[in-house]
Design a binder for this molecule. Sequence first.
Ligand code: SF4
Length: 212
Amino acid sequence: MNKIMNKKNKIKTLLKFLKERYGYPEFSKDPFKLLITTILSQRTKDENTYRASKNLFSVVSTLRDIIKLPRKKLEELIKPSGMYRQKAERIVKVCKILIKKYGGKVPQTRSELMDLPGVGYKTADIVLSYGFGVPTIAVDTHVNRISKRIGLVRKEADVEEVRKTLESLVFGKDRFLINVGLIRFGQEICRPVRPKCSECPIKNICDSYNNF
Ligand code: SF4
């Protein structure tokens, strides 16, 4: 069996597993909150992002609210996410650009999103996928790690190569299964450190498990 067939079989098994375990996600996320939360998530753990985001959105509900907040207060609210001074600066800049250039709305194209300060491939794809329902694969730390462990993507691939490779294997709404399912799978089983391989339901397709 050649490598392409191998990958196709792996994807088939993976998608079946993610669909049965987690199902297709619902998209009711507010693109603005999602954008700010994704900026907060940079270089921190999921639980820290969650705390910072919860703090912030318990006090503000629009980007204008964020601009009105005293800087110290904003920093204090997002402190759990780490690098809070830089993130506060970035968030305020993003909010000002959204108001000035996009009438207070979040733009819906990858290039416009990536023109915003601190917004790279990952953030843009998360906003497009979860916020606007665009079927693109958002390569976060879980998607990146797990796709390499399974052997769908070469280990040296950068985030953009991971996205392109996965998008050559997964199509349409199944891309949402990858985005949401792999994050949950990465939190529950295929954890960054000490993955629970012995109880993993897809260990039969995993290169990392089968090569050691
Ligand atoms: S076998 Fe281990 S490394 Fe492979 S996908 Fe499962 S948990 Fe992750």
